[in-house]
Ligand binder design. Sequence first.
Ligand SMILES: C[S@@+](CC[C@H](N)C(=O)[O-])C[C@H]1O[C@@H](n2cnc3c(N)ncnc32)[C@H](O)[C@@H]1O
Length: 292
Amino acid sequence: MACARLSADALIEQFEREKSRALGNAGRREAGLYYTPRSIADAVVEIALRHSRVRPKSVLDPCAGAGAFLLAAARADLGGLTGTDLDPQALRVATRALKLCGARATMTVADALRWTPPAAPDLILSNPPYGHVGGSAERAELLRQFPALGGGEIDRYAAFLLRALELVRPGGAVALLIPDTWMFLARAGALRQAVLSQAEVAAIVDLGKPFASAKDTRVHAVVLERKPAPPRLAYVGRGSVARALPTMAPGGEDAPRGAGVIGRDRPDRRAQRSSQPGCSCGHSGTFDRARD
Ligand SMILES: C[S@@+](CC[C@H](N)C(=O)[O-])C[C@H]1O[C@@H](n2cnc3c(N)ncnc32)[C@H](O)[C@@H]1O
């Protein structure tokens, strides 16, 4: 999508400059007000689209700020754009910048760690806030919500990394611009485990130190694909009597020989023994194997 490049970029830069001046250095750090340069946002979107298998119809930036990533998504011809941020002024700027590019997004002022979108997006793009979490009440709350953040200092971006994996749809992708510390710090072992138990790494690309006002911060584009949902549990029965479901492994030993699953007339003894009126069975697990 072509857009009035200078106007949209200039609008965001001007807002960042004015807001940073108003907040001062400490306030700016606290608010995480470091917007992503256009070339870096474009690079993250390009990396996400090239290396994930997702063809997104819906895109969320949960920490949208003034819209750098939503604009990059619009330039890549992605639609179904939504953004959230704590800062209503920033979201207004994002809406105006998108309009200059002929694009639009649904914006919601919200705390992305607590807010849940009406429908899980296919792709989450973001540059979340960085820095250590200082306050003890906030630390306790984050540890309650994400036990994998335990082990020492909490890096704020790590909470958004875990939250993004909760929010994206199973099989969807998360592409974040984040520091590299989660990959190697000893205290981030539980975090790594939590990430890798939920997602596959599609790409990690070192993008250097692109922030003029945070010159020492090295960042990576990290693209994760959330693992698909486990097979849906199915109820199989006749009336109130539950029946065994033959394992659905294609071509496997237990593959069903007859076409009828529900029509088989051998009731599952374990299910009969139980007083349950029915049961749920997956494609694997003890219930399947209980056939005799
Ligand atoms: C580093 S800036 C990045 C903004 C934008 N994604 C970009 O790349 O230019 C981080 C943004 O996160 C927002 N933010 C901080 N905590 C948040 C939260 N709990 N929920 C939603 N947004 C939050 C800040 O207001 C800020 O706009």
